[in-house]
Ligand binder design. Structure first.
Ligand code: 3HC
Length: 282
């Protein structure tokens, strides 16, 4: 696949970070969002990020303008018809994702690759919602997508090697570090990271230490850039719960059974940075 244009579906934190990365890598991007308001919020967040880069002299104003000129927003899926690569980044809800995948399959040219950024669902289930399961894979970015180098390229039972190679080449062209991984819950990173995050919450529940001290310990003792509670707030507690539930469903390993405190905090809508309150206030 030569990739001349990229369609991104969803204008949340991940969609926004991915769009920023992709326009900076020189690709024209068409962003499909549910409402003009959400598209505007996303464009503003990219503009804010570019303004910080300009201030730090990491980008010129003319480069920022040029990058932004490659981003087009739409509410009409038909505008994605000619994209070579589609990346869906909508909410982690299987019904919504299935609907989006089916819609993309119907609207987009047959040669297009349709990728999902899901961190929770089996990619094969999303591939099976389309008529082109050989052209569906996971392209899993990490939060914040503008900064984190890793991209997991998720290989299903039905995807072709051409698709995997094209997705890998795309990630490299965005200055990312792709790794290919089989379609199992959690892929590599979340399968290893989320038992750790979950056990940090269990440690807190048992009163072993305060959240502040657990964060200090993991930063100072392991060299992690953030402690587990700061990271849970960044990822979103709702997302973390959904990842743990999918890991538990797949493996039935008690390490993946979500800590009760995490469930209660999600029920209380303490979702972390995005709701301005989680383990910490923002
Ligand atoms: N958006 C855009 N840029 C951001 C950012 C954000 N949210 N947060 C930080 N940055 C940029 C800063 O502007 C800065 O850029 P510069 O070096 O060019 O000036 C750079 O990142 C470093 O930021 P800071 O100096 O402000 O702060 P840190 O050095 O502490 O870095 C961090 C912030 C990159 C978020 C770092 O703390 C980190 O790497 N944390 C761990 C993040 C992580 O583990 N992510 C994976 C989560 S799991 C996941 O995503 C999977 C999914 O399926 C849930």
């Amino acid at each position: 696949m030569g990739c001349d244009s990229v369609g991104i579906v969803g204008s949340g934190i991940m969609g926004s970070g991915i769009a920023e990365t992709v326009i900076e890598s020189g690709y024209p991007v068409i962003l499909l969002s549910r409402t003009p308001e959400s598209a505007k919020a996303m464009v503003n967040s990219i503009k804010g990020s570019f303004a910080r880069k300009i201030e730090k002299r990491k980008k010129s104003t003319s480069q920022a303008d040029e990058d932004l000129s490659r981003l087009i927003c739409t509410n009409d899926i038909a505008d994605l018809a000619n994209c070579d690569l589609l990346i869906e980044t909508v909410v982690e809800d299987i019904d919504v994702k299935m609907r989006v995948m089916k819609g993309l399959d119907e609207a987009c040219k047959p040669s297009a690759i349709i990728a999902t950024n899901t961190s929770t669902f089996p990619v094969i289930e999303l591939a099976a919602a389309t008529s082109r399961p050989d052209k569906v894979c996971g392209i899993h970015f990490f939060n914040p997508a503008q900064v984190m180098k890793l991209v997991e390229i998720v290989e299903t039972l039905t995807v072709s090697q051409d698709t995997i190679q094209a997705a890998t080449a795309f990630a490299l062209s965005c200055n990312k570090e792709p790794v290919v991984v089989k379609d199992q819950a959690g892929f590599i990173v979340n399968a290893l990271l989320f038992p750790y995050l979950n056990n940090a919450v269990k440690l807190l529940e048992r009163g072993v230490a305060s959240k502040e001290n657990i964060d200090i310990a993991m930063k100072g003792g392991c060299g992690f850039p953030m402690g587990p509670f700061a990271l849970l707030d960044l990822v979103g507690l709702d997302t973390a719960l959904s990842i743990l539930n999918s890991l538990y469903d797949e493996f039935k390993d008690p390490n993946f059974a979500p800590a009760p405190l995490l469930k209660r905090m999600v029920a209380a809508k303490l979702h972390g940075r995005k709701t301005k309150a989680g383990f910490y206030n923002y």
